[in-house]
Every structure is written in structure tokens, then in C-alpha cells.
Design a binder for this molecule. Structure first.
Ligand SMILES: [Zn+2]
Ligand SMILES: [Zn+2]
Length: 340
């Protein structure tokens, strides 16, 4: 093993360079993880193509990737629960643990959270990452699945906010990775019926093959109100989808807005919300989801491996970041940082 730490570093728009970074020993409460798999997320693609997401701007070289798994290489001297050689998945957001949100357990809302691959914090497209939150990965789960525990957490959090339960009727908009994962979690939570809406026929086909009850083509102007959904989870970020799903809910229903819209202001149908006493809420990342996400994946109730359509080595990370354009059928691209 070399003493270097080879990383794929974003220097500017579409300017990715392989560089050696120093390999440091982990802080007392951290572990050093030899990264195996990194899932590419929409946010990584956004930084790669535009150099920013809203107020988050890449002003200095940045390592992308926040969905990762690997093997512990070294442990800090205060770490008791993890050992060298253990397989783990890394929870990428490390909160301050002192503010009021942290103390309430709402640590995803910590204003001082340090999140991998969110400027100025480097991400996981590198051989070694120091992690505060590393969760053991069962041997039955692959490293690729381990990387996808992160987006699965987003799907779990959305369903918790929605109150999905036995018999729920769930309508999801957007059949990208988050929508498909949210739909699988709805099924696992006992939903009687889960429908997913998208404009992309290939994505709809994949959603069906992952066991989602109904995949609906948004272009065919479907009558979504006739589905009598109790719960709507908006994962597309498409501006019109928000109003559409809210208007499709049955009286007393609940909508959760997960997809991030390009525009800061989106119209919502307040009169419908009043007439039907709807609840509309939103999510920001997740909190306290990793153990449940790992259990769900390990039990086979959520299929992760099947979502991966492209695997490339670290040297070709760019291919994973451009897969959306070159391979639109790929639901999830993975960078295999290391294979051994
Ligand atoms: Zn992500
Ligand atoms: Zn905090």
C-alpha cells in the first residue's frame, strides 16, 4: 500500500484531475476508510457541470462524492466500536452536536454540519477518507449497495415525514434514484399501493422491474386524483409536479417535497390544501436513518444492486459524472475507487 491518497479533484467546470493528496492519520474519534465504491448523485453532477448549486459555490479545488463505502484502514485512539478491516458505509454529514437542532436529534438541520462534497468539505472520490460516522456493513451487502445506503436514507426520511404505514396509497413523482428508493421504502413500510410518475419511459420500465406497483407516463396526462393517494412524495424537482401531486391527494392527505427545484419559488395550490386540509412538508437530507437503511437493504426488501447501471474506476470518474447525458438509461453510476 502506498502512503499517498490518490484523489479525483474538481478544479473548475468539467475539469477533473487525478492528484496525490497526503494520507493523514485519523483524529481521535474518526476512522480512516479505504474507499471501495462511491455513488454519483445529482449534486455531484451539478458541481461538475455548473461549479455550484444555489449558494454552494466551488471556489477552491473540491473532491466530489458523498455516497460511499469501504474498509477501515486505521482507527483513532478514542474509537471503541469499530476495528481495522471492518466493512463500513459512511454517513457523510457530521453535525456540531452542540446546537439546539443537534440536541433535539434533528442533526440534519445543524447550521454547522460538515457534509462530504459540499464546499469547502472534500468528498469520497479518493482512496482514503476520515469518517466520524461509519456504520458497519453486513457481509451480505456489496460495497456498491453500501454506497447507496446514503440515497436510501433520503427515501426513508421522506417516508417517515409522510407517515407511510400499512395500507397507505402512495404517489411518487420522479423515477430517478431518489424516487425509486422512496417507492421501495413505501412498499417495505406496508403501503398497499405505490405509483410512480415520470416522463422517461426507460425510467418507468426500470421502476416496474424494481417491483413498484404502477409506473405512470406523465406525458399521457393521467388522472392522478383517481388514485386516491393518502401520501404524495415529490422527487422530481419539476416545478409543475409539486402542484400536481398536491392536487391529486385525497382529503386529509400529506405531501412531502424532496426534489429540489431550480427556481427558489414554486406555486402551490393553497385553495386545494385548505378545502382538503392537506399537510405539505419538505425534507433536508435525513437524520437517524443509517441503521434502518442497512437493515432494509440487508433484508432484501429494498433492491440497491439492481439500480446500478454503470461502474467505472477512479481514473474514469468523469464517465460516471457524465452518464446522465451519455447513458440516459443508467439509474445510478458507481465509481469503484478500489477493487482489492
Ligand atoms: Zn446523494
Ligand atoms: Zn449542531
Amino acid at each position: 500500500m502506498s502512503s499517498g491518497n490518490l484523489a479525483s479533484v474538481l478544479h473548475g467546470i468539467e475539469d477533473l484531475r487525478l492528484e496525490q493528496r497526503p494520507l493523514l492519520e485519523p483524529d481521535p474519534h474518526e476512522v480512516s476508510v479505504a474507499i471501495r465504491s462511491v455513488g454519483i448523485c445529482g449534486s455531484d453532477v451539478h458541481y461538475y457541470r455548473h461549479g455550484r448549486i444555489g449558494d454552494f459555490i466551488v471556489t477552491a479545488p473540491l473532491i466530489l462524492g458523498h455516497e460511499s463505502s469501504g474498509v477501515i484502514r486505521a482507527v483513532g485512539r478514542e474509537v471503541r466500536s469499530l476495528t481495522v478491516g471492518q466493512r463500513v458505509t459512511i454517513e457523510p454529514g457530521v453535525p456540531c452536536s452542540r446546537c439546539i437542532q443537534c440536541r433535539r436529534g434533528q442533526y440534519n438541520l445543524c447550521p454547522d454540519v460538515r457534509f462530504l462534497a459540499t464546499p469547502p468539505i472534500d468528498g469520497a472520490l479518493t482512496q482514503y477518507v476520515d469518517a466520524s460516522f461509519a456504520h458497519p456493513l453486513p457481509d451480505t451487502l456489496s460495497f456498491d449497495s453500501g454506497a447507496l445506503i446514503e440515497p436510501l436514507s433520503v427515501g426513508i426520511w421522506a417516508n417517515r415525514k409522510a407517515g407511510t404505514t400499512v395500507g397507505s396509497r402512495v404517489l411518487i413523482t420522479g423515477a430517478g434514484p431518489i424516487g425509486v428508493l422512496a417507492a421501495q421504502v413505501s412498499r417495505a413500510a406496508g403501503a398497499a399501493y405505490v405509483a410512480i410518475v415520470d416522463v422517461n419511459p426507460e425510467r418507468l420500465r426500470q421502476a416496474t422491474s424494481l417491483g413498484i406497483d404502477e409506473a405512470i407516463d406523465a406525458k399521457a396526462s393521467p388522472d392522478l386524483e383517481s388514485l386516491h393517494a393518502d401520501i404524495a412524495i415529490e422527487c422530481s424537482g419539476a416545478e409543475t409536479a409539486t402542484a400536481t401531486v398536491i392536487s391529486a391527494l385525497r382529503p386529509g392527505g400529506r405531501a412531502v417535497l424532496v426534489g429540489m427545484s431550480a427556481s427558489p419559488q414554486v406555486k402551490i395550490p393553497v385553495a386545494v390544501m385548505q378545502a382538503r386540509e392537506l399537510t405539505v412538508t419538505a425534507t433536508f437530507r435525513y437524520a437517524n436513518t443509517y441503521p434502518e437503511a442497512i437493515s432494509l437493504a440487508a433484508s432484501g426488501q429494498v433492491k440497491l444492486e439492481e439500480m446500478v447501471g454503470l461502474r467505472v474506476p477512479l481514473e474514469q470518474a468523469q464517465q460516471a459524472l457524465t452518464a446522465g447525458a451519455t447513458h440516459p438509461e443508467v439509474l445510478k453510476a458507481i465509481v469503484r475507487v478500489s477493487e482489492d
